[in-house]
Ligand binder design. Structure first.
Ligand code: KG4
Ligand code: ZN
Length: 347
């Protein structure tokens, strides 16, 4: 039997069995991650972050990221297996992020996962990174089921999605330019804060005045312009500097954070009204922001909308979410990946 035929057969059997082990790998950006999951249950979740390596460059350097994934992946997968108390031969199915992300970084995970799948004779499921972020919430809140609105805010994406079921998504609104996380990182850089900027902005914003007069950028329907917000904030800083006027970094950080949050919260609540749904689920790295989490909860509750928040450490990149997504896809009838699966940076 060929690899493809055997994979298809096995996936069908797993779908019937319902209870099986997935080893998932994620390497789309600067985190090398592996996890073992059983359905929505996480048996191990290992993340090796390269933040310290990229910090001195002020952002992720793609070539350096790929090289470090190569160095790390073997031991991270080993740790994930150990953490779950299993060996490679116990794994029923492999899962890997194949896009979106950095091409060289993605290729490390994809090649490694394909090699494992072929060598072990077990099927492989190819997972879209963003769909993985969305189901991170299933780990923290196993009772969450579609339909719901997903607010996805990461370093590469800012989207409001209507999740009809585990295979059908409708884009209700999205960024017209930069992602929200990108704006956090760029504003942080202007304020002289290290990479990644999101957590740094959140930290100093705690002691700042959030009400500086900075205009909210133009918005079109439920779409966002985070480049517009970033420019408004940078203009505020540059104008002050040009006039020789002082300003507090904490005030700029707090005001930016408030505006960035308000844009998200206003639009997702509008989308909820429009779709007549009373469930919102937060996802992505920016979803770890405490101010966003509290504001979204508070404002949504005023409208009787329930908000699901993933645990903070599941908001940023991890492989557990990739495994949980692979499980949902298998159960929804997805086919296994072919051996010529390629990375797709702009998926
Ligand atoms: O989802 P993620 O880990 O990677 C991508 O898929 O992009 O998101 C990374 C982004 C970065 O822009 C980072 O600055 C932002 O998430 N981020 C935060 C926080 N933690 C991470 N932004 C705001 N507040 C945070 N606490
Ligand atoms: Zn991500």
């Amino acid at each position: 039997m060929s690899y493809a035929e055997s994979s298809l057969e096995q996936v069908k059997k797993l779908r019937e069995k319902k209870d099986f082990l997935i080893l998932a790998i994620e390497s789309s950006c600067d985190e090398t991650a592996a996890a073992v999951v059983r359905g929505r249950e996480v048996l191990s979740n290992v993340i090796s972050s390269q933040i310290e390596i990229h910090k001195r460059f002020g952002g992720v350097v793609p070539e350096i990221a790929s090289r470090n994934h190569c160095l790390q992946i073997d031991s991270i997968v080993g740790e994930a297996l150990d953490g779950a108390g299993i060996t490679l031969s116990d794994v029923d199915c492999f899962a890997v992020t194949y896009g979106a992300g950095l091409l060289g970084a993605l290729l490390v995970g994809v090649s490694y996962a394909k090699a494992l799948s072929y060598a072990e004779g077990k099927p492989l499921v190819a997972v879209n990174h963003i769909k993985g972020h969305i189901v991170a919430n299933y780990i923290s809140n196993p009772e969450l089921v579609p339909p719901y609105l997903a607010l996805v805010v990461s370093g590469g994406h800012t989207e409001i999605l209507y999740v009809k079921n585990d295979t059908e998504f409708e884009v209700m609104g999205e960024t017209l330019d930069d992602a929200a996380g990108e704006a956090f990182d760029k504003v942080a850089r202007v304020l002289g804060l290290p990479y990644p900027g999101g957590p740094e902005i959140e930290k100093i914003a705690k002691n700042g005045n959030p009400n500086l007069k900075i205009a909210k950028p133009y918005r079109d329907k439920l779409n966002f312009s985070y480049s517009g917000l970033k420019t408004a904030v940078i203009n505020y800083v540059r104008n002050r500097e040009a006039r020789g006027e002082s300003f507090e970094k904490a005030d700029v950080a707090a005001s930016f954070q408030r505006l960035a949050t308000e844009m998200l919260v206003e639009n997702v609540i509008k989308a909820a009204k429009f779709k007549k749904t009373n469930v919102i689920s937060l996802a992505g790295g920016v979803g770890a922001n405490g101010y966003l989490r509290e504001t979204l909860k508070k404002e949504a509750e005023k409208k009787n909308i329930k908000v699901y928040l993933p645990e903070k450490k599941l908001c940023t990149d991890n492989a557990a979410m990739i495994g949980v997504r692979a499980y949902a896809e298998i159960m929804a009838g997805a086919e296994p990946a072919p051996l010529d699966l390629d990375a797709d940076p702009s998926l």
